[in-house]
Every structure is written in structure tokens, then in C-alpha cells.
Design a protein around this ligand. Sequence first.
Ligand code: NDP
Length: 491
Amino acid sequence: MRTYGNWIDNRWAAPSEGAFIDSIDPTTGEVWAQIAGSTAVDVDSAVRAARTAFTTGPWASMRAAERGKLLCRLGDRLAERADDLAALETRDNGKRTVDILPGLQTWLADSFWYYGGLADKVAGDVLPVDVPGIFNYTRREPFGVVGCITAWNSPLLIAIWKIAPALAAGNTVVVKPSEHASVSTLALAEVFADLLPPGVLNVVTGFGDRCGEPLVGHEDVRMVSFTGSVPGGRKVAEVASRTVTPTVMELGGKSPQIVFADVDLDDAAHGVAMGLFPPAGQSCVAGSRLIVHRSIQDELVERIATVAASARLGAPTDPATQIGPLANEPHFRRVLESIARAEREGARRVLGGSPVTPEGTCGWFVEPTIFVDVDSASDLFREEVFGPVLAVVPFDDEDEAIALANDTSYGLAAGIWTDDQLKAMRVADAIEAGTVYVNNYFTSATQSPVGGYKQSGYGRENGTAALDAFLQIKSVWLNTAPGIANPFPQE
Ligand code: NDP
């Protein structure tokens, strides 16, 4: 079993208090690694290393084109080492290896290639200011040290979506992953060690309050990008407000999938099931509210139930497994509690709802679960379960479907299933969410921005918007006229 320190200045550093946290494999329930339980002292070391790298040394003096080439090499390295990293992430959070590996080899490596290409294309503007004798232009500059805090469901994806644009913009980075799944992020930093100058990418691990908060509140951290729950985001925004540190918030969701009566029922059943169950509902954009036309509700629910019930639950390393475990025991218990609460609220369970223990596992698995007769005012319809639990509510017309979809404090994503493309565009316009999928779900590409409306957050990842988020704008005023008039002319 390996014990990991913090990754600071391209070296392993023991935690200042000598405390370690067990990292538990959700497939077996066994402790498989230990990570540093860091405090403000460790965070300060990491931030100081990042600050030094930002202000002096090779990173500080590197031309943007060179930085871009370096990022491209990081992409190559990520693709080369994807096997090892995917295996570590599967141990860490139970995500199926087949779901992690192709992403690391292709579109997550793309992040480094894409932002590498953009690194030397960050341009300011010359503004047509209407001030005689004045020339005005803007520069877009990095913040300095940025703090990145990530969730446990997809630690590498979330970290890479932050690290690649942050570095392309010229910042240096300190990442704090979730203490439930930190190893893959530590390994990523180690894999990049011979490519990045010391201090450019640092990782400190530990609990949110003892390690995350000191990072957010550190006076040399000039910007924070956070991915996690709404309560976590609120806390981080509160701490950041003390130093007036700008934040990007990528938070939770309770995303609707609207199914109109004109669909092919099998396609819609496959689509709705695909939009929730494969990651056991542990995706921020998981389509966990089915809003379905009343005329097809019973038939569609039956077909979704048939598809979901056929899924093979098992060890996430087994290529035959179709749904893996929940990522950690506290979360497994929370999902079961949400199911029990849904029943107390009067929803009718038509599929699943129980824990299962596939052979060779410790049993943090929950069957794909479907509830009908769900009250749109209930917790099940309104609160994120982050598990394989579908809440079904019928609608009678398009306006009602839109109203139900928007009747939530979240606004991360939505799915629309219809054969009528004009209706799809009309409904997509009316949905209050940062991402809308029409007849597909979970699709993502480096070029296209991702982020939330309402309490699902603000700021964007991916696309040029993510690069902008890691840059600040300076406006420079040049006087082109000769002489400076005395501000206090004497008569
Ligand atoms: P949390 O909000 O509990 O934690 C997220 C991260 O914040 C963890 O690293 C956590 O550390 C840290 N943290 C917690 N409290 C603080 C604090 N006071 N100060 C600083 N850092 C803190 O979320 P989960 O890890 O449970 O992740 C699941 C959530 O993430 C879901 O709501 C999901 O929807 C959302 N998510 C959103 C995505 C998006 O792109 N919009 C993508 C993926 C997930 P620790 O674990 O030690 O508490």
C-alpha cells in the first residue's frame, strides 16, 4: 500500500502534522492507499511554491508560444500514461475503467492540446475611446496562483478542465482534490514532473475545512475554481469573499429529461437510461428527473425499467460491468436514505431501490431505481440524489413540460427527446440550464463551454470561456499629446 504526501515544488512533501487519511477502494471496502491530511501550513508551502514559480524562474519568463508547446507535451504524456492513471482512479472512486481510459487518451488529452494552441493567442484590444490625445489598449493577464478544488466523482476530468486553461493563461496552480479520491490527481502531477518547472502544478490533500478553506482564504491565491456541491460552493464563496477573491463555481444539478409523445419509445428509453444509470447517477449533469408526456408515461417507464434492470452491476475493473459501485460509503448511505425518504414522501417505486453486493465486492452498490407518482414539491423531485434514482412526473402540454423542467433551484443541464427539431429548439431556448442535449446526453467536447445557470454555478469550463476565466483584464491609457496642463492654474 502506497502512502502519498503532498506534491509541492515537483517533490513529495510529508504533511506538517504527520497525519494521513485512508483512501478506501469502493469495490472492496479496503484501505488501498493513504494520503496526506494537510493543514494551513501545508497549503501555505504549496502556495508559496506556486507564487515563486509565477514570479521567478523558467515559468515566469517563458514565452507564451513555448508554454503552448509545453502544454501539448502534457497532452501527449497524459495519453501515454492514461492506463496507469485510469487504473488509479478506478481504485479511488469505483468509476469503470472503460469510462475513464478513452477520455484520458482522447478528449482530456485534447484539453492540453486545445489550450496549448490558444496559449499564444491571448490578445488584448485597442479601444476606440473618445478621449483626445489618449491611446487605450487592454492586456489579458494571468491572476498568479489559482486554487482548484475538485469533487470525487471524476477527479481527473475535473482537475484537467481547470489545470489546462489555467496553465495556458500563464497561472500556477494548487489543486485540492476530494479526500475521498485524491490519488489520481497526485499521480497526474507526478507524471508531469519532468515537463513542468517546479511549483507550477502542486497538489495538497485533506479535508475541506482544514485544507480547502486555507487554500481559498490564502492571500496569495488570486482566483479559485471550485467543483462540488451547492453547500460546498456557498462555503467557498463565503471564504473567498473575505479576500475578495474571484471564483468560478461548477456545482450540482437535478437535470430534467423531457420526453415528448412523438419519440420512438425504444430510443427514448435507451436515451433516458443512458443519461442517468451508467455512472450510477454520480454525474453532475445526470438526467434524474423524467418529465414525460402523460400519454406515453406508462409504456416509456416500463421500457426504461426493462433496460435498467438488465444492467450488470459489478467491479469497475471488469469490462463486462455496466454499472459500478457508489464511490464511498457515506455517499452510499446518503443515496439509500434519499430512497427511503422518497418512499416516506409517497412516491411509488417501480424498480430497484435496494443495495446489492455483486461477487467480490463490499456491496456499496444500489440497484437502478425508478419512482413514479412523484410530487413535484418533494425532495426527490427537487434535491440532488447523485445516485441511480429516476423521479418521473407526467406533463400534458409543452408549457407545462418547460415549467416543470425549470421548477428547480438548479440549472446545470437538461435533455429533450423529440422527433420535432423545431419544438426541440423552442424548448431548448426556454430551459434555464447551461447545457441542453437534444436526442443525446452526456456529450461533451473541449471546444464547447460547460457550466451552470441558477444555483448550479457561474463561470464556464471548456472552450475559450474557460481560458477567459483564468485571465484578468488590464486597461492601459497612454497620453499621446505633448505637455501636461497644471491642474491648479493660477489666474
Ligand atoms: P463537496 O462540495 O462536498 O466537495 C467538493 C470539494 O470541496 C471537495 O474537495 C471538498 O473536500 C471541498 N470542500 C468541502 N468543504 C470545503 C470548504 N469549506 N472549503 C474548501 N473546500 C471544501 O462535493 P462532493 O465532493 O460531494 O461532490 C459531489 C458534488 O459535486 C455534487 O453536487 C455534484 O453535482 C458536483 N459536481 C459538479 C460538477 C460540475 O461540473 N458542475 C462536476 C462534478 C461534480 P472534502 O471532500 O474533503 O470535503
